[in-house]
Ligand binder design. Structure first.
Ligand SMILES: [Zn+2]
Length: 192
C-alpha cells in the first residue's frame, strides 16, 4: 500500500529502526556509509493527534533512504506529550512523513490544526522494515538467505513504559516504595 498522506509530493523511503543495539551507520540497502539529515518528522499519535519532531535522521543519498531510531523517537514523543497530554503516552503512533521546515517553525510558535499541517507534509514514498542478521561463523555451504535473523527485542522507552508494567494501577495513590528487607544476622551465642 502506498502511503500518500500530506498535500506535497512524497519523498524518501523511510525506515524506523526497531533495534536499540544496532545503529545502522551503514545503509541497510547498499551498505554505504550513511549521512545525516535533520528534518521535522510528521507523526500521527492515536487517536487524533499529530506532532512534528525536528530529528536528525540517518540518510543514504543513493537509496534516498531516511532512517530514524525507534527508541529515540519514542523518547522525544514522551517528552513532548508529558507536557501536552500525558494520557496519550504509550498510544500507537506512526511516522507519516516530513514537514517543510518553515511550516514546522511556525507550528512551533503557534499550534496549527492537523489539516493545516498536512498542507506542508511530504508523505513517504515507501515504508520499509529492517532485520539484522548477526555476524558469526556459519557453514560455507549455507545459503545467505538462510542465515538466522535476530528479531528486535522489546524497547524499553519512556513512551511504552506502561506496557512494561501491565499490572500497575493507573488510578489511585502511588504505592510507596518498598524498603529492602534487611536480614538480621543471627549472632551466635558464645558459650563461655
Ligand atoms: Zn543506500
Amino acid at each position: 500500500m502506498k502511503n500518500h498522506i500530506g498535500k506535497l509530493l512524497p519523498r524518501y523511503t523511510f525506515v524506523l529502526n526497531p533495534y536499540a543495539e544496532y545503529r545502522f551507520t551503514r545503509c541497510p540497502g547498499c551498505k554505504q556509509k550513511m549521512r545525516q539529515r535533520k528534518l521535522p518528522l510528521f507523526i500521527h499519535v492515536d487517536p487524533m493527534n499529530s506532532v512534528a519532531l525536528n530529528y536528525t535522521c540517518r540518510y543514504c543519498p543513493d537509496c534516498d533512504l531516511l532512517l530514524a531510531h525507534q527508541d529515540q523517537i519514542e523518547s522525544h514523543l514522551a517528552r513532548v506529550f508529558a507536557q501536552y497530554d500525558p494520557s496519550l503516552i504509550g498510544n500507537d503512533y506512526m511516522v507519516l512523513g516530513t514537514m517543510e521546515r518553515q511550516a514546522w517553525r511556525e507550528s512551533m510558535k503557534e499550534p496549527k490544526a492537523i489539516s493545516e499541517m498536512l498542507e506542508h507534509v511530504h508523505g513517504f514514498k515507501e515504508l520499509q522494515t529492517v532485520r539484522v542478521q548477526p555476524g558469526g561463523w556459519y557453514p560455507a555451504s549455507m545459503d545467505p538467505s538462510e542465515l538466522p535473523v535476530q528479531e528486535p527485542g522489546p524497547l524499553n522507552t519512556p513512551w511504552n513504559a506502561r506496557r512494561f508494567r501491565p499490572t500497575a494501577k493507573r488510578f489511585g495513590p502511588p504505592t510507596p516504595p518498598q524498603r529492602p528487607k534487611l536480614k538480621r544476622k543471627r549472632r551466635r551465642r558464645r558459650r563461655s
